[in-house]
Design a protein around this ligand. Structure first.
Ligand code: UT7
Length: 321
């Protein structure tokens, strides 16, 4: 028996912010942003939350899969921007959906979060603990972006994507790999609340994204192709066997670097970052949902999903649609 994605859904905030709008805030230009990143606009929350976006994406994934919320046995939300420390976003989504039976918890692996959550769902289902899962990536990155820092604020967007996963007769996940490199954590970070109690306090922290863009770029172009190769070997497949590479949408030049290193055809690498920017854990499921609704995912197609980002974390998954 295989474990397969049977439905997809996504939700984006209504407000669209163009590169031109960005020039009102920081010293930048549409030309610079497009040339260096490929991004043209992004959706920014004017009140939508990680939970409301996730719940909407889940409703659409359930509808797409022909399932009811009440059937959900496992609900995983990958996010690095939850509204609350407690309760976790997944429990709030569970309540909004009425998925009373689901076991719900969050998982944070930044831009690899959705992929790591998908693999976690696979492991639970494969072990026979649960029969199905809703796996979500949801982010409101606009609240942790420093809107005075032109080197980061132009990159990110808000949104959520979800998939319904269950056992199937055919197709499904054929192999996956995951990696973490905590020694490189400082190249992309965002502080949380400060320690401040009767016994100790720590110096003031920076609750905004801080990034060494060049280091992240170099890491992605070097490690992601190797990681994809590793997952393909596990699935006993080659680069040429793959029909579509659904990659984390961080930067068009990173995606170019990856297909060049792999020796794969560029047209196998769909891109939506021009319209949505980098949505961290939401990037892969939102792109997957777009492809699915456009009818571009046909049964039997071979896909590679790959996420990479802060942690550092990175991984790849090979699956048959
Ligand atoms: O999910 C993973 C998240 N992280 C990433 O995806 C980041 C990966 N890295 C990148 O995408 C790229 O490194 C960036 C897009 C962030 C930056 O591109 P770059 O080609 O590496 O530019 P740079 O940092 O080397 O900066 C080149 C110049 C600098 O000016 P000087 O020092 O040459 O005068 C920057 O100050 O571009 C300047 N610059 C900008 N200019 C206009 C930086 N940001 C901007 C901006 N508009 N928004």
């Amino acid at each position: 028996m295989a474990i397969k994605i049977m439905g997809t859904g996504s939700a984006l905030p209504e407000k669209i912010m163009t590169n031109e709008d960005m020039t009102q805030l920081v010293d930048t230009s549409d030309a610079w942003i497009r040339e260096r990143t490929g991004i043209g606009s992004r959706h920014i929350s004017t009140g939508e939350t990680v939970v409301s976006l996730a719940a909407q994406a889940c409703r659409r994934a359930l509808e797409n899969a022909g399932r009811e919320a009440a059937e959900t046995e496992l609900l995983l939300v990958a996010t690095c921007t939850p509204e609350r420390g407690i309760p976790c976003a997944a429990c709030q989504v569970q309540s909004e959906l009425g998925a009373a039976r689901a076991v719900a918890f969050d998982l944070n692996a930044a831009c690899a979060g959705f992929l790591f959550a998908l693999h976690t769902a696979w492991a639970y289902i494969e072990a026979g603990i649960y029969r199905n899962a809703l796996v979500v990536g949801s982010e409101v990155l606009s609240k942790i972006v420093d809107w005075t820092d032109r080197s980061t604020c132009v990159l990110f967007g808000d949104g959520a994507g979800a998939v319904w996963v269950e056992r199937s007769e055919r197709g499904g996940i054929r192999g996956f790999v995951q990696h973490s490199d905590g020694n490189k954590g400082a190249v992309l970070q965002c502080d949380s609340r400060e320690l401040h109690n009767p016994f100790a306090s720590v110096p003031s922290q920076t609750p905004y994204i801080q990034m060494d863009g060049r280091e992240v770029f170099a890491f992605a172009v070097r490690q992601v192709p190797a990681c994809i190769q590793e997952a393909l070997e596990q699935a006993q497949m080659t680069v040429q066997d793959v029909d579509l590479y659904v990659l984390h949408q961080a930067n068009k030049r990173i995606i170019e670097g990856i297909y060049k290193r792999l020796g794969a055809e560029p047209e196998k690498f769909p891109i939506n970052l021009d319209r949505v920017g980098n949505m961290s854990s939401a990037a892969i499921p939102v792109l997957l949902d777009e492809l699915n609704r456009e009818g571009k995912l046909k049964e039997g197609m071979l896909l590679v999903l790959s996420g990479f980002g802060a942690g550092l974390t990175y991984g790849a998954c090979v699956l048959e649609w």
